[in-house]
Design a protein around this ligand. Sequence first.
Ligand code: DX5
Ligand code: ZN
Length: 224
Amino acid sequence: MVEILPSLLAADFAHLHEEIQRVERTGISMLHLDVMDGRFVPNISFGPPVIRSIRMVTRLKLDVHLMIEEPDRYITDFVDAGADSISVHQEACRHLHRTLRMIQGEGRRAGVVINPATPVRMIEEVLDVADYVLLMSVNPGFGGQQFVARTLAKAMELDRMRRQMSLEFPIQIDGGVTLKNLADVVRAGCDWIVAGSSVFQAEDPALAVQQMQEIARQATAIQI
Ligand code: DX5
Ligand code: ZN
């Protein structure tokens, strides 16, 4: 089933609780939380204390996307803060297999992320280990950027590999997803769709999520 994951990066940080409440009753099950360190990406967002506060006000699953150097050093902090799933960048991990296992060892789902410039084959050896794969469809660091079209081909390639290897990990996509390109994204094989600006910059975020869910439902129906 295709899921829409609102990304809080585009929300009003002064009113995070209200922003979450606006999208909570749309049938979503996960929130996407973008952690940036100002080193792996040229921007700084928030860390474990903010996630801990979010954990207190929602029962949604918290999907934490770590855009940081040396993620191993902080996994336990994010687990303690309440993350349900944690994704790390292939480009930031010297021992990727170990880092994924470390996250799973803490009882959380482990995701592997690749940037637009990284080929899918770079993560081939961990596809049977990862619980999900995140394809960045913008260069990470900022919300509101334009979708890198080539990501659709990468999604199709990864979907093909998934079938060939008889694996079932969800393919997540993050960056520049809009009401316009969502159907293509779903048809390319993506299952977890992250949406920041398209949700929180919309006049009615709940309506935006519902529209996206409907587009995704139709795109999947056509595929069958
Ligand atoms: C970008 C983040 C994204 C961001 C997406 O580095 O990883 O999760 O919030 O925002 P939009 O949907 O606005 O491109
Ligand atoms: Zn993200």
